[in-house]
Design a binder for this molecule. Sequence first.
Ligand code: PAF
Length: 284
Amino acid sequence: MIVCRSIAETRKIIAGWHRESEVVGLVPTMGFFHDGHLELMRTSVTRTGKTVVSLFVNPTQFGPGEDLEVYPRDFDGDCAKAREVGVDLMFCPEPDDIYRTGHSTEVSVTGLAAGLCGADRPGHFTGVATVVTKLFNIVQPNYAFFGEKDFQQLRIIHQLARDLDFPIWVVGVPIVREDDGLAMSSRNAYLSDKERREALVLYKALMLIKQQVLDSQGRSETDSLIRMAVELIEKNGSCSLEYLSIVDEKDLEKLSIVEGRCRALGAIRVNQRIRLIDNLALYN
Ligand code: PAF
């Protein structure tokens, strides 16, 4: 596996691959790999000829007071894991290379980025969309793989690729969960054992909604489903709810009735410190 810090060198290697008609897959990451990341890499390795993983903790997607400084990092461990799953190139730029002095361009996707996580984290999705646009331009992949855990992010990247005419297939990869259902996340590393047990309440709330929908076999009203799930979360002392919504998967608009391809999405804070997200499709 090649580890490359320079944009110019990365471009040169990938241009060579394209000349040889290789199909190139990109897995954008912020590192501290868990099985969710590795699943994205495995999917790319299976579906493409060359897999590039970018490892860049993107400062512009963190708001003031968020966890940029303490975001978990393990460069050597990440390289070993990526090598093991068959990644061909790890692109690991420095912030100054990505945002050179005088950088003044932003990419913002309106509409899809406004609600849900976008409402709680102003500017977050502009940071994501800007860095992903830059990564798409640098790597010029044929495919790009993103996890469904960040479902809003995935929809925003779909929209971005379409609107900016990137000839890239954006592929969503299902959430990888721990045995008890907790969605894998680099931020789970912040949880104590007790917090780890309590954090499961978000998944339980989403499952409760899904079970009700499947049991009712008819048109369920979203208000009552949300009320029931919120009650469950509020009973759990250390977790506070940021949002819980049932939305149409395509436009992320809130629904009043569960119908079609819809999804429940939520975010909680564990002990005010640790923000975790999760989601579940409400159809089979
Ligand atoms: O999902 C992430 O890890 C990040 O938001 C991404 C897509 C790598 C952009 O920094």
